[in-house]
Structure formats: C-alpha cells, structure tokens
Design a protein around this ligand. Sequence first.
Ligand code: PA5
Length: 465
Amino acid sequence: MAYPLKFTYDNCLDSAVGSEGIARADLDAGQCAEAVRAFRGRVDSGAIGFPNLPEEKATASAIAEFANDLRPELDHVCVVGIGGSALGACALDVAMRGPHPVQLSNANGKPNGKSRAARPQLVVLDNVDPGFVAAALERMNPKRTAVVVIAKSGSTAESLATFLIVREWLVAALGKRNRERIIAVTDPKKGDLLAVAKAEKYPLFFVPPNVGGRFSVLCPVGLVPAALIGLDIAKLLRGARDANAVCWSEKLAQNPALTAAAVHHALDTRRRKKIEIVYAYSSYLWGAAFWYRQLWAESLGKRVNRKGEVVETGQTPVAALGVTDQHSQSQLYMEGPRDKMITFWDVEKQRVELRIPKEFSKLDSFGYLGGKSLGQLFHAELVATEAAFTEAGRPNCRWTLPRVDEHSIGALFQTLEFQTAFAGELYGVDAFDQPGVELSKKLTYGLLGRKGYEEYAKKLKAGAE
Ligand code: PA5
C-alpha cells in the first residue's frame, strides 16, 4: 500500500500570512538533510529503535496469536500504565473503536451491527485518583477482565500502586488463577515489575531497551492492548512501514515528516510561535492528539542542548477538537497573542455519514442545511476556519488522512515520531530523554518513605518550615 498522509503548509508562508509567516528558503535543505543523517546515525548505532519496530513481524504475530486465544474470555482489557505506557493504547482505541464515551462496541454489543462481538472494551488506568480507579473496578467483572500492566522502567509509582490494587481485586475473585489474567509489558532485562512477572509467571512481552515510552506505541506497549481489543495490528505496522519508506528521505519535498519538523522549527525560532494548536477535525483522532501532545512536549521541552548549553527549547502543544473548540478556543487563536501556529488534522472520508433532514426550510437558519451531509458541514467548517486563520495572519498547516483506519493511524504515529526526532536534531536537543520529570518523582519517593530517598524528604521538610 502507498503512504496515505499528506502534509501541506502553504498557509505558513509569508505569501499567505504576511510577516507572521516564513519563506520557503527558511527551510534549510542542507540542515534538514544533516538532521536525517544525524538521526540515521543514532538508529544505526542501536541507540534509538522506534524506526525498526514495523519490521518486528514475529513479535506482532506472537501478540496477535496470544490475543486471539484470550479475547473470547474477556469483556474488558484494563491497561495499568501512565504516559507513554498508556496514551498510545488509548489513542488506538479512540481511533478504531470510536470516540469515548460513545464507543460503538463492547463485549455484549454488536460492532457495526454485524457479528456478535468478541471485542472487549478498553479501560486505561493512568491516574491514581482513587475515585477514578474505584469506579473503573466497579464497572468491570474481574472474571472477564485481562489486566495489562505496562511500565518500561518497572518502577513507576503510579502504575505499581494501581497494579497492586487491581491485582488484589483479581485475587479476591479468581484466587491463584489471577496469574492467568495478568500480562506484563516491561524491559527484558531489568526492573522490579520484571522480577514480579517472572516470579508469578505472568505472560510477558518486552519493550525494546532502545525504544522510549512516548515512542513505544508500535511495540508491545501499544500492540498488546490493541490486539486484545481486536484491532488489526498487522495493518498498523504496514502503515508504519509505508511511513518509513518516505521518512528516511533526505529531500524535503519527498519527506513530509522532515518538512513538518522544519516548518515547526522555523516558525518557532524565526517567528516565535511558541505554541502549537493541534486542531483535530475528528473525534476519532482526539486520543491521538493527546498522544502527540506528550510526544512533542516531552521530547523537545529541554533546558540544555546536546552541547550542554542552556537553551530552554520546546513548543507547547495544545490539543483542540474541531468543530467543538471553534466555539470555545478559536477566538483566542484568531485574535489573541501571535505566539501560536495551528496544525489541522483532517480526515477525507468519514466512517459514517448522516444526512441533514430538509425541515423548516423556509427559515434561513435551517434552509441551507437541509439535504447536506453532516460530514459536508464538518469539512466546510475546517476549510472556513483555516481560511479565517490565514486571513488573520495566523500560520497554519494541515495533515490529511484518507480515513481513520489502522493503516493510516500506523502511518500517522510513525510519521509524527520521525517528525519529532528530526525536530530534536534541528533544535540540537536530545529528544529521547526526560530529565525534567525526575525531581518530582524523587520528591514523591522521599515523601512516601522509599529507601534511598531520605534526602528528598528532608528537602521538602526544610522547604515547608
Ligand atoms: O516517554 C516516556 O518515557 C515517559 O512518559 C514514560 O512513558 C512514563 O514516565 C512511564 O514510564 P514507565 O513506562 O517506566 O512506567
């Protein structure tokens, strides 16, 4: 299959938006080619692994086989994870199974009105708000739930605490057989989750050590939950492979991920567009917008560059939903501070279509709507919003997907990961670490009395006095 996505950025150019825009010449072809080569070096050295995930066909087949056996016994798949260990599964679920909270199918329903569903619902426990966890447990039947505990580090406090609560809930219902319902996804060599999984003999899938959390959706972190809820993970990987076929090109015109990285970087560094609004015109892409928010923020928000100089880089990604947020956020984006660029996510073919009835047609506000499709109105609003932003001198670009299916979503994930990696090279920062979140983790450990973190508890105490 061919690469399914299109990236257009004419409305980021000064010819469209005046002095707020960039010139095509601002996209430095030499610097961009160098960014591809530098990133290629990191992949070839084995330091970074996400571009190779679509080739892991044996892992994907093993996951699909495992999931096909277990799925008929399930009503729910409960993911216990956070950040990169949760957002990908959630994005896949929303994209393929329908926007929350009105998903088309659950285990007792009939997806698309066709066959009786053996398709469990996904529940993602990515917060330790006790009410949230308690409500989720109340709604699931432990006898018909698989728990997928995901932590690459094997030590994330939120995920392990939630896991202990969910495990206790399973043990109460299943006794020793709880082990048959817990699947662990973690590092192959280290970590306390690995130790528990081995001791308890949980089915285990591994996160490749050179694949970081927010780049891990196409490894077992995203694929195990996706396969358990019945998605076609082979098609996802095919989409990602098709992205690889274009994303390694050193030529801007042939590489949409590289072009997008260069456009974002130029708008930020030359026109001070410090905020990116990701305007998803599809409720099915709402989860993906939140997944991308983490990818862009955590990868590029860095205090120092690779040379150790203080740079404090990074655009702030904001997820917005078309058309809903036209009536909530667009006023600010249109007339507020000129610190934003907008990226529209457009879908050419809607999954379903609804015709607007021709009623009350003598009244102006109804008359022009009747007989049109809801998708037509949806798309017209995107085109109109885009034109209005352009006229107001607000740079905007667009990703277009032919439809929301596994192939396009696989391509979208892989492309945006490449875009992020290339942007890291252009900014000169390490897009694959997250040193900024370490301190709050250590302070939490200190507060809760974890061994080895006593000095952090003292620090907090001293601050409070
Ligand atoms: O991108 C990242 O590396 C992080 O957001 C992690 O995914 C997140 O902190 C969860 O880590 P872990 O999988 O170790 O629980």
